[in-house]
Design a protein around this ligand. Structure first.
Ligand SMILES: Nc1ncnc2c1ncn2[C@@H]1O[C@H](COP(=O)(O)OP(=O)(O)OP(=O)(O)O)[C@@H](O)[C@H]1O
Ligand SMILES: [Mg+2]
Length: 226
């Protein structure tokens, strides 16, 4: 692990068993992401992108291999400890489902902030300002446009000032302009030192990365710098 490495996966394996069928979702996948770096993971459907992100964020446990966050092992710890590490240091962004529908946008940000005890914390209004949603804090998710939803999801991911952002197809449902806006916001987070991993099929997302890793059948088969 080099000095600037924030997140590292070493030789991850993940198997799923359903009856007699065994899927090898990850087969010895290693990746290291530096502070300030945006890594895009591409590859065909079923390649293991979401599985990799889930393991990197401690949402899922690899069957073998290790994930390190800031040099400290994140994998193979009790779920509670992984959840605490995630709340403190990892912002997770999905294509949809980042927002609880019965809470306002501000309420969603506050909910995530309450998961972290103590510590310096941004005001929800400042988090919403950062994503250009300062006037939409009172809205419920159902009242937002697609682009506003994407930015509200991002606000939730950024609520605790994470050192890592994991985004799984964050722009999958967005038009090109909104996608560019989300990518700009993610780049701004990288510029303040965040390590970012984005799984995406979008050429625009790949072009915005510092590094593009291609996964096929759970293995890294290529790496490029756009
Ligand atoms: N919970 C699960 N149970 C069984 N198999 C699973 C499970 N989750 C994923 N898989 C399988 O693992 C493989 C990798 O899935 P994964 O979701 O990581 O792919 P992906 O690259 O994210 O694909 P997509 O581009 O469609 O999102 C696939 O073959 C998938 O069917
Ligand atoms: Mg996926």
């Amino acid at each position: 692990m080099t000095a600037g490495t924030t997140l590292e996966a070493r030789e991850l394996y993940r198997f799923y068993r359903a009856g007699d069928e065994e899927t090898h979702a990850l087969r010895g996948t290693s990746v290291a992401v530096d502070a300030g770096e945006v890594v895009v993971v591409t590859g065909p459907s079923g390649a293991g992108k979401s599985t990799l992100l889930a393991c990197l964020g401690g949402l899922d446990e690899p069957d073998a291999g290790t994930v390190f966050l800031n040099g400290v092992r994140l994998s193979h710890r009790p779920e509670q400890e992984r959840a605490a590490a995630r709340a403190r240091g990892i912002g997770v962004l999905f294509q949809s489902g980042n927002l609880l529908p019965h809470l306002t946008v501000t309420g969603n940000v506050q909910l995530v902030q309450r998961l972290v005890r103590g510590g310096a914390r941004q005001r929800p209004a400042d988090v919403l300002h950062a994503v250009g949603l300062e006037t939409r804090g009172h809205a419920r998710p159902g009242e937002l446009s697609g682009g506003e939803s994407a930015r509200a999801g991002l606000a939730v991911a950024l609520a605790n000032g994470p050192r890592v952002i994991l985004a799984d197809e964050p722009t999958g449902e967005l038009d090109a302009t909104t996608e560019a806006g989300v990518l700009e916001l993610l780049r701004a987070e990288a510029d303040r030192g965040c390590a970012i991993v984005i799984a995406s099929h979008s050429p625009a997302v790949a072009a915005a990365g510092d590094r593009v890793i291609r996964l096929e059948l759970g293995r890294i088969v290529g790496e490029a710098r756009p």
